[in-house]
Design a protein. Structure first.
Length: 133
């Protein structure tokens, strides 16, 4: 499943809209408080471990916070960037470069209200139709 994601240097943790996970996935209780996003405070309703694939970067995040609403499907926080040793460069034209010790990848801009790129999430993302806000 491919969803929109936004790398965000100001977000300490990686966040995902809860509507993308399957009903049978174990959701752990979030005990680390709420986070401010572009749309206001995000009260996290739990967390999961999640395998992410961003271009050639394949990594399993041990803890991804779940929110009922986010300004975008997923926010890749500093925890993801640190774990994969990524540096994020956003050019004035909106093109996003993610560099790691082994590669440099270029992502075009998805036409969305925020600069974002597509990322492929593997299990446990929901397949099929997504709810629109």
């Amino acid at each position: 499943v491919t969803i929109d994601a936004l790398p965000d240097n100001s977000s300490r943790v990686t966040l995902l809209r809860k509507c993308f996970i399957l009903d049978n996935v174990v959701v752990h209780i979030w005990q680390d408080g709420s986070y401010a996003t572009l749309d206001g405070d995000c009260r996290l309703c739990g967390w999961i471990s999640l395998r992410t694939q961003v271009g050639k970067i394949d990594y399993t995040m041990p803890k991804v916070g779940l929110c009922k609403s986010l300004p975008i499907a997923m926010i890749l926080g500093r925890d993801w960037q640190s774990a994969v040793y990524a540096t994020i460069i956003i050019e004035p034209n909106g093109v996003i470069y993610i560099t790691t010790p082994t590669s440099t990848q270029e992502f075009g801009v998805v036409l969305y209200s925020y600069r974002c790129f597509s990322f492929c999430g593997v299990f446990p993302l929901r397949r099929g139709k997504r709810k629109r806000r």
